[in-house]
Each structure stands twice: as C-alpha cells, then as structure tokens.
Design a protein around this ligand. Structure first.
Ligand code: ATP
Length: 288
C-alpha cells in the first residue's frame, strides 16, 4: 500500500538570509503508512516539531516536496486547505490554544470550519468528547474552569472532531502525572482503533513509544537517524545512548542480564517478551 504521507528530501531553513539562519531539518525522507501507529523520537532540537509541521502544511519546505495520498500538498490552495483537515496536528501544550466561551464551542471550532451542518457538528463534538472522557455537563463549562488534564483532553477532542486520517501529536502527555499520561495514550489508541487512522506520536518517553508504536523514527541533528520496528531500534541501544536517548527499562534490564552472560533476548521491550525470554533459559522456572 502507498504511504498516506511522504516527504521527498525536505529541508527547512528558519530565518533564511539573516544572521539567525538555521537549517532545522535537512533532506528528510519520511513516510507515514496508512493506519499505522508511528513513534517519532529524538533529543531536544533534533527537528521533530519542524518536521511534523510540514505534514499538514503549516510550514512550507524550503526544498523538497510533501505528498499526501501521492499529491503535493502545495499543488493548489484547495489541496493545502483540504490537507489541514485530513492531517490533524495537536501542538505541545495545546490547552493554551483554547479560547472559546465553552468547551463545546472549542471542540466545534474545527468541524465548523469544515462547513459541516449543525447536526453533524453536534454529533462530532459529543463523540470526540466521549473519546477523551469528557462528560456532557463539562461541555457547557468554560474551558478555563477545567483541570489541566481536562483542558488538554478538550484540546485533543477539538482536533479529533475533524476525524483526521492522520493524527499527529507533539508530546501530548508532557507535564501530566502518570495516570493522566496513561489516560491520554489510551484515548489516542482508541481513536486509532475506532477510525483506523494513522497516528504520529512525538514523545521523549521510550516507555510510551514502546507500548504503542508499530514503527519508530529517530531524528538527530535535523535528519532521520533510524527508522524501524521497536525491536530493530531498541537493538541499537549504544547508538541511541550516543544520541542522548535511552532504551525502555525492560530492555535495559535484559541488556544487563545479557552482558552478565545470560542467554536472554537483549532487544525484548515488553514485559511479556522479557518474561518468555527469561523462562526459556535452561533451568528457568516460574513463580506460580
Ligand atoms: N520558529 C523558529 N525560528 C527559528 N528557529 C527555530 C524555530 N523553531 C525551531 N527552531 C530551531 O530549529 C531546531 C529544531 O527545532 P524543533 O523544535 O523542530 O526540534 P524538536 O526536536 O521538536 O525539539 P523539542 O524536543 O525540544 O521540541 C532547533 O535548533 C530550534 O531552536
């Protein structure tokens, strides 16, 4: 199947021609497959936010092309506008962008811009609120009366109410407690499952990525440094370390056991895999 989004050697230079000129991404070839859950990682300043803003036409590449369903997203204003609805982007700390009087109106903002009927808008607002776990009574409140985690969820609902075919989230769990993080990841997974939509999750947490992603892209210095399945990526622990990234805790333990001479799988990254690998050791035994 052809990728839903593809970048052809894109580069982006900020403040070109000024003393502040900075090449944030260089010759990036990147694709998002139909319906996949992709984890995007990289140290601070590696170019993740710059890259994802190209995927829905918020930034225009200074070189190269971005294709959505095989067509250049900048081929016409109509195409660029359509892509902004088909590729939903949730920024870092999206709650700072809530501005309407009620949560309902905030979630309805995107569907309204799409020109949908009032009935369709209402159905989508209630559906999206349900996915992120907001109750009906909260829809009529001011967004400013919600807790931090609820505001974050309202902001995510505003993007998923547009039912994008690709949902991109820039560190959606930053600053939340473990329970809040787990809730949001669960809700994103539900959207992914229910709509069959592709998800691009930018995260600094290897644990989060290991639990969710089908594929991982690692950025470093404005280019794609690695692209593979979680297993392929976590096998390259030393290189990750060199880029300031860690492997998931489970993998770290398995690597340590492996270095001590135990014949375990050093790239195991889920508890199930680790358990199976340890139990397969000669003489291994399980507690009941
Ligand atoms: N609007 C801008 N103007 C000028 N430089 C920018 C702008 N946005 C980002 N940069 C620079 O581009 C580089 C890449 O930044 P970017 O935000 O894409 O990285 P990132 O991987 O998303 O980082 P983080 O994990 O901290 O969000 C950095 O050096 C950053 O300072």
């Amino acid at each position: 199947m052809a990728p839903i989004i593809q970048t052809e050697n894109i580069s982006h230079v900020y403040s070109a021609g000024t003393p502040f000129e900075l090449a944030a991404i260089r010759n990036v070839r990147f694709q998002v497959e139909q319906g996949e859950f992709l984890g995007l990682m990289g140290h601070t300043g590696s170019g993740k936010s710059t890259l994802i803003q190209h995927l829905n036409g918020l930034l225009k590449p200074t070189a190269g092309r971005v294709l959505f369903q095989g067509e250049d997203i900048w081929s016409s204003p109509k195409k660029t506008r359509a892509v902004r609805f088909q590729v939903g982007l949730v920024f870092q700390y999206p709650e700072y962008q809530l501005f309407e009087e009620t949560v309902y109106k905030d979630i309805a903002f995107g569907p309204k811009n799409m020109g949908l009927s009032d009935g369709e808008i209402d159905e989508r607002v209630r559906w999206a609120a349900g996915i992120v776990g907001l109750e009906g009574s909260q829809l009529e409140r001011s967004p400013f009366e919600l807790s931090g985690g609820q505001k974050r969820r309202a902001a995510i609902a505003g993007v998923i109410a547009m039912r994008p075919e690709v949902l991109i989230l820039d560190e959606p769990t930053a600053g939340l407690d473990p329970r809040g993080r787990q809730d949001i990841i669960g809700q994103i997974r539900e959207y992914h499952r229910e709509r069959g939509a592709a998800v691009v999750l930018v995260s600094h947490s290897m644990e989060e990525i290991a639990r969710t992603a089908d594929r991982i892209v690692v950025m470093s210095g404005g280019t794609v440094a690695m692209d593979g399945t979680p297993r392929e990526i976590f096998r390259r622990a030393e290189e990750l370390h060199g880029m300031g990234l860690a492997v998931p805790e489970v993998t770290a333990v398995m690597l340590r056991l492996h270095s001590l001479g135990l014949d375990v799988d050093p790239a195991a990254y889920t508890m199930e895999e680790a358990r199976a690998s340890i139990l397969s050791l000669k003489g291994g035994c399980a507690r009941a």
